[in-house]
Design a protein around this ligand. Structure first.
Ligand SMILES: C[S@@+](CC[C@H](N)C(=O)[O-])C[C@H]1O[C@@H](n2cnc3c(N)ncnc32)[C@H](O)[C@@H]1O
Length: 373
């Protein structure tokens, strides 16, 4: 591979791998020259999948989340140029707002002389100001009038989601909204054509649990939820289904029953509901450990590349125990903020830096004689 293009696009997302994409590509290029097909098993924003597609791989982006399917169709499966979409995007930008379902439930107004106060007359806060939910309502009505093609619809929806993400009233997740409208929430949304990748190897999308994927890939990249190792606040782990429920609802436009202060979808409102919590988000260390160990063993691939954070459920010792069963090609730790890579080869070296937020990147080769399709 001559040049490496690592630019990607996506929503703000906890655990996004935007910053370490160059390291991911470098590891694959250095250690796995025979790789052609890659499964991005917990693809989230699809940023890693986008970079892999740009660099010549046939990618399958998989995630439980609905929005990953939308982003995947937009960035991985679209073959039309930006000019095909520009006239539609222009029309969406010129629409008059209309008060529909999103406005009724998620549009906040200025209710008091204090123009920054986002608390509404019912005591709840809202994720957007009403002028933007009105635009969103109009856009969601209009898109199906333009096209019924799932890929074209996904490109337009992605554009709308990226625009709404820029004007929200959140700290980056959707389980609580801010008391004071931030500056950005006053801005009107402006849609642009997403940064499409219209050429490359054919790519796929899939919406299954990573535990249910039997197909063979040369390499499987796994970036699961990290849970938390904080003993005092065990429940502060990121629960993706609940953290990004608004994007699920925008993609489905299914007007779900809402629940609680953040007006979450009923199906994302409680940890007790079936499928609401991924096994990686479980608070029980042993459950996460056993599930991860079993998963790596059952993955049908030659190489596994695994991302994980240091302030997470599984410790470095756990990860070494799981991955030492295979041929370890790289066991790296990145300083995530400074994005500087260094290798931690001993526990002592690693423990010395424990206050920093760091990220593991582990590459192993499996015994292909037992896994090839
Ligand atoms: C750390 S994030 C991935 C971020 C992604 N690499 C990016 O750069 O945007 C973890 C993802 O795992 C997904 N997930 C959780 N449990 C899963 C499962 N059992 N199968 C597939 N995906 C799962 C979540 O929906 C979430 O998008």
């Amino acid at each position: 591979m001559s040049t490496t293009d690592t630019t990607t696009e996506g929503i703000r997302y906890t655990g996004s791998k935007r910053e370490i994409i160059p390291k991911i590509l470098a590891l694959i290029q250095e250690h796995c020259p025979d790789v052609k097909t890659i499964l991005d098993g917990c693809a989230g924003t699809t940023r890693v999948s986008q970079a892999l597609r740009k660099n010549g791989f046939a990618v399958t982006a998989n995630d439980l989340a609905e929005y990953t399917q939308t982003f995947g169709r937009c960035y991985l499966q679209n073959t039309k140029p930006a000019t095909h979409y520009q006239p539609w995007i222009d029309q969406l930008n010129n629409l008059d707002g209309e008060s529909g379902w999103f406005t009724k439930h998620y549009g906040g107004v200025i209710t008091t002389p204090d123009k920054e106060n986002a608390v509404q007359s019912d005591g709840k806060k809202r994720p957007w100001q009403v002028h933007n939910t009105q635009k969103l309502d109009a856009i969601l009505t209009k898109i199906p009038q333009f096209t019924s093609d799932p890929i074209e619809k996904s490109v337009l929806l992605t554009s709308a989601i990226l625009a709404m993400d820029k004007v929200d009233n959140t700290m980056g997740h959707q389980v609580a909204y801010l008391k004071k409208w931030p500056k950005r929430s006053y801005d009107p949304i402006h849609l642009v054509v997403p940064s499409l990748i219209p050429t490359g190897k054919p790519c796929q999308i899939s919406q299954r649990s990573i535990f249910d994927i039997p197909e063979y890939y040369d390499l499987i990249y796994l970036d699961p939820p990290y849970g938390t190792n904080n003993q005092k606040t065990k429940t502060t782990r990121v629960r993706y289904r609940s953290y990004y429920h608004l994007w699920t609802t925008v993609c489905r436009n299914d007007q779900p029953t809402l629940h609680g202060a953040a007006l979450r979808r009923q199906d994302a409102s409680s940890d007790g509901l079936p499928g609401a919590i991924s096994v990686f988000e479980n608070t029980n260390h042993q459950i996460v450990f056993e599930a991860t160990k079993k998963l790596i063993a059952q993955l049908n691939c030659k190489y596994v590349l695994f991302s994980y954070g240091n302030k997470s459920k599984l410790s470095e010792a756990d990860l070494r125990e799981i991955f030492n069963e295979y041929k370890v090609l790289a066991f790296s730790i990145f300083d995530h903020k400074e994005n500087a890579m260094k290798s931690a080869t001993t526990n002592a070296e690693w423990l010395g830096d424990q206050t920093k937020y760091q990220e593991f990147l582990i590459l192993v080769e499996k015994d292909v004689s037992t896994s090839k399709a």
